[in-house]
Design a protein around this ligand. Structure first.
Ligand SMILES: [Zn+2]
Ligand SMILES: [Zn+2]
Length: 224
């Protein structure tokens, strides 16, 4: 069933002769054609091979993206999600906000591998005309198709060695937050709230908003 998804026809994902291939639906999902979504897709494929596993159908692989905010390479994360199915939505992808084009892939049964997009290839990619348009404020979907295809082809045609530095992390540890179906209604606003996010105020269960919670209380679940 899942295989059929990759056969959705699309004008965006023209098959190429030679080089790596990505399914056309990657660009449908991501919204535009760009090099970092393709790089992320390949990164996910390499990670699964290194860990000796299939994609993450349920909840048995975690990805820690080192992306931050305010830099465009975040497109990498959509590529990773597309190839591995370790998605934000299922709680399998987390962001570390280091501002690096790298990610650690962790399978509790097989260990962890960190994959860095090589500086040298980032430099090479950055000289492509695509980024002249981007730096002038042209959004990726508005860049001429031939230019976008050209920069995507650079990533498809590159060798894995050119693209990635792969490192095993034998000491990597991560304890996933245990899942829970328990919930209760906030006594102030009436919304259902899952238990981790319930607070007690004046002896009653309330949601974070009704508890007067402030932004600095936000919890980020980091590995280690
Ligand atoms: Zn993109
Ligand atoms: Zn409430």
């Amino acid at each position: 069933m899942l295989n059929e998804v990759s056969k959705i026809p699309t004008q965006l994902g023209k098959p190429r002769d030679g080089g790596f291939k990505v399914p056309g639906w990657l660009f449908e999902f991501h919204g535009h054609k760009c090099p970092y979504s393709v790089m992320g897709y390949r990164m996910g494929v390499v990670a699964m091979r290194e860990l000796g596993r299939e994609k993450c159908y349920d909840h048995d692989m975690f990805v820690f993206s080192e992306m931050g905010v305010g830099h465009p390479q975040g497109c990498m994360q959509d590529g990773i999600q597309a190839s591995t199915s370790a998605t934000f939505g299922k709680g399998q992808m987390h962001k570390l906000y280091f501002g690096k084009v790298a990610a650690t892939f962790y399978d509790p049964a097989k260990g962890a591998v960190r994959i860095l997009f090589r500086n040298e290839f980032m430099d090479k990619l950055g000289t492509h005309e695509f980024f002249k348009f981007r730096k002038q404020g042209v959004e990726p979907s508005k860049v001429p198709v031939s230019v976008a295809q050209g920069v995507v082809d650079m990533v498809l045609d590159a060798t894995e060695e050119d693209l990635f530095k792969i490192e095993r992390l034998p000491d990597f540890k991560f304890k996933p937050v245990p899942g829970s179906f328990n919930k209760a209604k906030c006594s102030a606003c009436g919304d259902y709230v899952f238990e981790r996010y319930l607070r007690v105020k004046d002896g009653k269960l309330v949601c974070l908003k009704c508890s007067g919670h402030t932004e600095d209380e936000h919890v980020i679940y980091l590995p280690f």
